[in-house]
Design a protein around this ligand. Structure first.
Ligand code: N2P
Length: 352
C-alpha cells in the first residue's frame, strides 16, 4: 500500500518528500546504545545521521565551522564559552516533558555553567581515573602499585610501566587539571607560566607513553595491549566487562568529574526534531539502556529502577561516598589561559 501510495503523493505534491525528516547528531565515541537510535527512528519516523568525535577540540571545531548539527554533546566546562559566543539555542522546555526525570542535584550543579539550565540537559557523566591491567602493570613495576597519579606523573614510575604500554586521554583540561592537582595546585587559578611548566613536565613524560588518544585505548585495553591508561570510567569498565583484569581507580589525590550534555547548536536546521530526540533520550528506560550499554552513569534519576542491581552496585560506575569526596568537576578554564593550554597540548600530543 505504502509503496504504491508514496510515488503518487510525490507526484501530487512535489514539495513533499517521504522520510525527509532527519537530524544530525554529533556525540562522543562509544557513548550510546545503538539500538536506541534504531528505536527512535522506528518510533518517530525521524532518521538520524549519527557521527562521533573523541575530543572536546573536535567538537569545538565542528561547532565553530557552522556546519549544520541538530544535537551535540559538549562537556559542562565548555558550556560557558559556547553560550557566550551564541553557539547554542535556548531549549524549549515545553517540548521536553521527560525533563522531569532528570536528577535535580545535577541540574543545580549545571546551573553554575548554564544559568537557569536554559541550554543544556545532562546526559551521561563520570570520573576520570586510571585503568590498570593489574597483572601486567605489577609485573612491569616489580610489585604492588601505589594508589596514586604518581604512576603516570612521576617519571621514574611511568618509566617502569612504559614497556607494557601507557596511554593518556586527548583531554587537555582534564590532564592539566590532574597534573596541577597532583602538584597541589589548581589549573583555573594557575598563571600561564605555571601551565607552561606543567606542559614541560608532560613533555618529559611523553617518551614513556604509547600515544595520546581517547578512542584507540578502548580497543587496546580490551585486548590487553595497555597496562596503564588515563581513562573515562565507562571505557575502563568496558575492558573489565570484556574479561580483562582491568581495574578502574580514582587515585588517592582525587580526580575530576565531567558532565556531558545534550544541546541544540545554533547551526541546527531542525530544532523541532532535535527536541524530540533529546526528549526521547530522557525516558528513564532509554537512559537505563544507555547506561547499561556504555557503563557511564546517567543524569536521569528515574532510570535507576530500570537498571540491574548488579549494574547499580558495580564498583566504580556510580562512585561511592568516599570516592565522591575525592572528585571535583572539571573547572572552567579562563579564556586568557586557553592559548597557553592549546600550545602546550599540541606539543605534548604530537610528541615532538
Ligand atoms: C566515551 C567518552 C566519554 C566522554 N568514550 C567524556 N567527556
Amino acid at each position: 500500500m505504502f509503496r504504491v501510495l508514496a510515488p503518487l503523493l510525490l507526484a501530487l505534491a512535489p514539495g513533499l518528500t517521504v522520510a525527509a525528516d532527519s537530524i544530525r547528531v554529533y556525540n562522543w565515541n562509544d557513548y550510546i546504545a545503538p539500538q536506541v537510535l534504531e528505536s527512535f527512528t522506528r518510533d518517530t519516523g525521524i532518521a538520524v545521521e549519527y557521527r562521533t568525535f573523541s575530543s572536546a577540540e573536535e567538537l569545538a571545531d565542528a561547532l565553530a565551522s557552522g556546519e549544520p548539527i541538530d544535537v551535540a554533546v559538549p562537556s559542562h566546562n565548555d558550556l560557558p564559552a559556547l553560550i557566550a559566543t551564541g553557539g547554542l539555542q535556548p531549549l524549549d522546555l515545553r517540548l521536553l516533558p521527560n525533563r522531569k526525570h532528570l536528577d535535580k542535584q545535577l541540574l543545580s550543579k549545571l546551573a553554575a555553567v548554564d544559568p537557569q539550565n536554559r541550554h543544556a540537559v545532562p546526559y551521561l557523566w563520570g570520573a576520570v581515573g586510571l585503568a590498570i591491567n593489574v597483572p601486567q602493570a605489577e609485573a612491569a613495576y616489580g610489585g604492588p602499585l601505589p594508589d596514586s597519579w604518581s604512576l603516570l606523573f612521576d617519571a621514574a614510575q611511568s618509566a617502569r610501566l612504559a614497556s607494557c604500554g601507557i596511554s593518556v586521554l586527548d583531554a587537555p583540561d582534564e590532564t592539566l587539571a590532574l597534573l596541577l592537582n597532583y602538584q597541589g595546585r589548581s589549573l583555573a587559578r594557575s598563571a600561564p607560566s605555571r601551565i607552561e611548566r606543567a606542559g614541560n613536565l608532560l613533555e618529559n613524560l611523553r617518551p614513556h607513553l604509547r600515544y595520546v588518544d581517547s578512542e584507540r585505548y578502548i580497543d587496546d585495553l580490551n585486548h590487553g595491549r595497555l597496562c596503564l591508561a588515563m581513562a573515562w570510567v565507562g571505557d575502563a569498565l568496558a575492558a573489565a566487562d570484556a574479561g580483562q583484569p582491568v581495574r578502574f581507580l580514582v587515585p588517592e589525590e582525587g580526580s575530576v568529574l565531567f558532565i556531558d550534555n545534550l544541546v541544540i547548536p545554533s547551526s541546527a536546521r531542525r530544532a523541532d526534531l532535535a527536541h524530540r530526540f533529546i526528549d526521547y533520550l530522557m525516558q528513564p528506560q532509554v537512559a537505563a539502556l544507555i547506561t547499561a550499554e556504555t557503563l557511564y552513569p546517567n543524569g536521569n534519576a528515574d532510570s535507576a529502577q530500570f537498571l540491574d542491581a548488579a549494574l547499580l552496585n558495580q564498583p566504580g560506575l556510580y562512585p561511592d561516598q568516599d570516592t565522591k569526596r575525592r572528585l571535583h568537576a572539571v573547572e572552567v578554564l579562563p579564556e586568557k589561559h586557553a592559548k597557553v593550554r592549546d600550545r602546550v597540548w599540541q606539543r605534548f600530543r604530537a610528541g615532538s
